[in-house]
Design a protein around this ligand. Structure first.
Ligand code: SF4
Ligand code: SF4
Ligand code: SF4
Length: 147
C-alpha cells in the first residue's frame, strides 16, 4: 500500500490534484496526542484572521474541513471532516510552521485505489510516498516531528 512519510512531506500541495481520484485519497489527519489544543491554532486560522472565531473569513482551510470545539479556557479541540478535505496541505503548513506539527497528510486506505504506481508518488517533489506493508498502512505521528 502507498503511504506518505510526514517527515519527508514538504506540503507542496500536489496531493490535492495529482491523485487519480477526485477528491484526492489524501486527507489531513490530526495527532491529538501531540496537539497543543491551542486557542490560536495556526493550522485553523489564517495569519491575517480578523478575529479568533469560526467565521469562514478567519479559516485557513478553503473548505472549512476543520472543526474547532471549545474544551475549557483556553483550550480548543480540532478534528478533520474527511468528506470535505481535499488534502491541499494548507493546514499542515500552518501547523508545522508555528504549532506542534500535529496536523499532517496521509493516504486514506478506505478511499485509495491502491494503484500499481501511485500518481502522487510519481509527482511528489520530495519522494515522500513509498510502499508500506498492509499490516501497517499508516505513518501516524506519535510525538512532535517523529513518526
Ligand atoms: S506531493 Fe509529496 S511533498 Fe507534496 S504534499 Fe504530497 S506528500 Fe507532501
Ligand atoms: S486545509 Fe486542505 S488539507 Fe487541511 S483540512 Fe482543509 S482541505 Fe484538508
Ligand atoms: S495509489 Fe492511486 S488512488 Fe491512491 S493516493 Fe495514489 S494515485 Fe491516489
Amino acid at each position: 500500500m502507498w503511504q506518505i512519510d510526514p517527515d519527508r512531506c514538504t506540503r507542496c500541495g500536489r496531493c490535492a490534484t495529482a491523485c487519480v481520484l477526485s477528491p484526492s485519497a489524501v486527507k489531513a489527519v490530526h495527532a491529538a496526542a501531540i496537539c497543543g489544543y491551542c486557542d490560536l491554532c495556526t493550522g485553523f486560522f489564517r495569519t491575517e484572521a480578523p478575529e479568533l472565531s469560526t467565521a469562514a473569513e478567519n479559516q485557513l482551510c478553503p473548505f472549512a474541513a476543520i472543526k474547532r470545539t471549545f474544551v475549557e479556557d483556553p483550550y480548543f479541540e480540532y478534528a478533520i471532516d474527511e468528506s470535505a478535505c481535499v488534502g491541499c496541505a494548507r493546514c499542515v503548513q500552518g501547523c508545522s510552521a508555528y504549532g506542534n506539527g500535529s496536523l499532517f497528510l496521509q493516504i486514506r486506505h478506505d478511499r485509495c485505489a491502491n494503484c500499481n504506481q501511485c500518481r502522487i508518488a510519481a509527482e511528489c517533489p520530495s519522494q515522500a510516498i513509498t510502499r508500506v506493508p498492509a499490516v501497517a498502512p499508516y505513518r501516524i505521528k506519535s510525538r512532535a516531528g517523529k513518526t
